[in-house]
Design a protein around this ligand. Structure first.
Ligand code: GLU
Length: 307
């Protein structure tokens, strides 16, 4: 199927509305000044066909979408026990940066896609690579995307300068003995992962293993993760990938998705394709407002769904 006409139509219908509703994330200047009129969409099929429309080639701050890739990196190298003894797999039902649940649950985050969970994953990655953790993440992302991927240094610095709540979460986990490494090192890695800068097309490519039973998006014969691990990552995306709107995403879109406050969303159609959208204005749940609409439209028009 040629998806290009559909992506063009989605851009034609939605791009004129970009910036009319919702609001860009304002907690750091680098995000607050992004023009809310950007709108991009891109996809890559399991067989390697690509389509992109609007600003699908413009890089943006992927923010929490990075949690998907750091989880993947951790799953590649750690035993199930080593990873899941410290992180749960249930939707949190609380804001992504909430401290409350973490206290009553003794420092064990509900899932790897809330901030506390991603910080716990970051701790594991620091344990794997030490000082090289950030460069290993860049190498992994570049290997997946098939071209060099970098951090936005301004975003990384602002994340650190304003990351009071993430410091609180990390210190809290440390106090429960649930972080092995020092808080500053773990958070330096976490702030940089949030600052990864990628386009929708690069994201659709990089996430390609999730629609290919774990096989590398373009290297024949290379498994990024096992088939079972890929299924599990998709399950976590569906149940926990879109803040407190995961139920609505499953209801309206029916695909595993992971979003970030930079306005990006990655969606997976298992065995078919990966799709990424970017529109910086967010709705009240912190998900890209038009990005969500674009995914709904795509799912309606193609009939693609996991259900
Ligand atoms: N840098 C943000 C934070 O850690 C990520 C937010 C997001 O995309 O969910 O609070």
């Amino acid at each position: 199927m040629d998806f290009q006409p559909l992506l063009d139509e989605i851009v034609h219908r939605l791009a004129p509305e970009a910036g009319r509703e919702g609001a860009v994330a304002r907690y750091i200047p680098a995000l607050a000044r992004i023009d809310p009129r950007h709108f991009g969409i891109a996809l890559r099929t399991g067989a390697g066909e690509e389509a992109t429309a609007g600003d699908g080639g413009v890089r943006f701050s992927i923010q929490s979408i990075s949690k998907l890739f750091t989880l993947t990196l951790a799953m590649r190298h750690l035993s199930e026990d080593a990873l899941w003894s410290r992180i749960g797999r249930e939707p949190s039902g609380n804001p992504f940066n909430s401290l409350v649940q973490l206290e009553s649950e003794h420092g064990k985050p509900r899932n790897p896609f809330i901030n506390a969970g991603a910080i716990a994953v970051a701790d594991r990655i620091v344990g794997l690579y030490g000082r090289d953790a950030k460069s290993e993440l860049l190498a992994f992302m570049s290997h997946l995307a098939g071209e060099p991927i970098g951090f936005d240094p301004e975003v990384a610095a602002s994340e650190a300068a304003t990351g009071y709540r993430n410091y609180a979460l990390a210190n809290f986990m440390k106090s429960f003995g649930k972080l092995d490494h020092d808080v500053d090192t773990v958070l330096d890695f976490y702030f940089h992962q949030c600052a990864l800068s990628m386009s929708a097309l690069q994201l659709a490519r990089a996430a390609g293993y999730l629609c290919r039973d774990g096989a590398h998006p373009c290297n024949p014969g290379e498994q990024v993760v096992t088939e079972r691990q890929a299924r599990r990552i998709n399950a976590l995306m569906l149940t926990c990938g879109t803040y407190d709107a995961a139920g609505d995403f499953a209801f309206h879109i029916g695909l595993p998705c992971k979003s970030g406050v930079g306005g990006g969303i990655v969606a997976v159609v298992p065995d078919r394709l990966t799709l990424a959208v970017w529109s910086p204005a967010l709705d009240a749940t912190g998900n890209s407002l038009l990005g969500t609409r674009a995914l709904e439209l795509f799912a309606q028009r193609t009939g693609l769904s996991i259900f």
